[in-house]
Design a protein around this ligand. Structure first.
Ligand code: GUN
Ligand code: ZN
Length: 429
């Protein structure tokens, strides 16, 4: 057992009252035994309750729950930051050529390793991850994540039209491959499977129906896809599915709108779609850096709230421009400023920890530091350079520290990342 001493912040429960429900211990203690958190509280209380336990002293730093990135693409690690396109031509020109390389299993293994390094050095311990159409790329990611005992949610991309033929599967092969991948990986260790139709334009109705069957057969399997990101995309969906009431309805017709369905973006939704998302318990991954980079639009958080839609923050690398979730909140804040409804720092923190875990029905395991959850946590060093030392007071409140790091910070603020009770990343000194 180890008793970690630091300032500690987390949301132990689901909430919309962030000021009231954040729990902060300025001089806190976190007791960890093997994989799990055993106790949390004031350091003085924990040290007298467990007098014989080894103390690991991180005084002056903050311990927070491991961060959750609710939508990103590991193959696009190598195609991040390409100039000058909006969604559909960006996919054609950069994304599809990159993803073709993942037919090569050795290449997939290499990029999976680099991807997980990027997550850990930025404090992200769980991702909802798109792989490529190749089942080998999915095996590569789950294998690498298993080595680290990370809670990983991922799936093989399914697409059987409107993309280069080397990237196409079929309705039947997708159903068979996904069923096999579910048997191999879902709930094995900390892995979970996500059915991953790329987006409506690249799947035939037959393929969506095949995946919908699996979604009904395996109720606790995740579903991840894209929804209403770009106006040209939406017009194309209308052409391809003339009988659907709208974009969301394309997925709904095939039983793909339910709890544990996570829709990337959702920028241009109408009132009916917001209402349906709320009632279905599905969630939206808000990807501000991607939405700005591709010029897709400004996410409407007010409508999400008005309709009780779960929202989680996400990078959407490689259309997203950073692996860093703090910076991702920094851009969410700027988007919300343009909408004259700023998202406050505590809400930003919630959307990458407990709020995300709640949206994915995983808060018994991740997203908070409650006793009994898995010991995924990060050690944050707020004053990591001259400017942050100048700006962030030694005794600053948590919301100010978090906000300043979201605007000024990067991976240099992450001192250590712990996964399943093991230190998996330590910032070089
Ligand atoms: N829509 C379909 N595929 C993608 C993708 O890879 N990235 C983004 N941002 N949107 C998509
Ligand atoms: Zn995406």
């Amino acid at each position: 057992m180890q008793l970690f001493r630091a300032s500690i912040a987390h949301f132990p429960t689901q909430t919309s009252n962030f000021e009231k429900d954040i729990v902060i211990f300025k001089d806190g203690g976190l007791l960890v035994d093997n994989k799990h958190i055993v106790d949390i509280g004031e350091f003085s209380q924990l040290s007298s309750r467990y007098p014989a336990v080894e103390v690991v002293d991180f005084s002056g730093k903050w311990i927070l729950p491991g961060l959750i990135d609710s939508h990103l693409h590991y193959p696009q690690t190598q195609s991040i930051a390409h100039y000058g396109e909006q969604l559909l031509s960006w996919l054609e020109n950069y994304t599809f050529p990159t993803e073709m390389q993942f037919a090569d299993e050795a290449h997939a293994n290499t990029i999976a390793g680099i991807f997980l390094n990027q997550l850990l050095k930025n404090g992200t311990t769980t991702g909802l991850v798109f792989t490529t159409v190749h089942k080998e790329s999915c095996n590569a990611l789950f294998s690498a994540a298993s080595q680290l005992d990370m809670a990983m949610i991922a799936g093989k991309v399914c697409m059987d039209r409107n993309c280069p033929s080397p990237l196409q599967d079929t309705a039947q092969s997708a159903q068979q491959d996904c069923a096999n991948l579910i048997k191999t990986w879902h709930n094995k260790g900390r892995n979970r499977y996500a059915l991953t139709p790329r987006f409506a334009p690249t799947s035939t109705p037959e393929q969506l129906a095949a995946l919908g069957e699996l979604a009904q057969q395996y109720k606790d399997v995740f579903i991840q896809t894209h929804l209403s990101e770009n106006l040209d995309e939406i017009a194309w969906v209308k052409q391809l599915f003339p009988n659907a009431a709208g974009y969301l309805d394309v997925y709904d017709q095939f039983n793909l709108v339910r709890e544990r369905a996570v829709f990337g973006h959702g920028i241009h939704l109408n009132e009916d779609e917001w209402a349906r998302l709320g009632e279905s318990n599905a969630s939206i991954a808000f990807c501000p850096t991607s939405n700005l980079f591709l010029g897709s639009g400004l996410f409407d958080m007010a409508s999400a709230k008005a309709n009780d839609v779960h929202v989680a923050l996400a990078t959407d690398v490689g259309a997203g421009t950073t692996f860093n979730m703090f910076k991702t909140y920094g851009d969410a804040y700027k988007v919300s400023q343009l909408r004259h409804a700023p998202i406050c720092p505590l809400e930003g923190f919630y959307l990458m920890t407990q709020g995300a875990a709640k949206a994915h029905a995983l808060d018994h395991e991740i997203g908070n530091l409650n006793a009994g959850t898995v010991a995924d946590f990060i050690v944050v060093e707020p004053r990591f350079d001259e400017l942050t030392a100048l700006r962030i007071d030694q005794n600053a409140e948590f919301d100010d520290v978090f906000f300043a790091l979201s605007i000024l910070g990067d991976d240099r603020a992450i001192a250590q990342t712990w996964v399943s009770g093991r230190c998996s990343y330590k910032k070089p000194v």
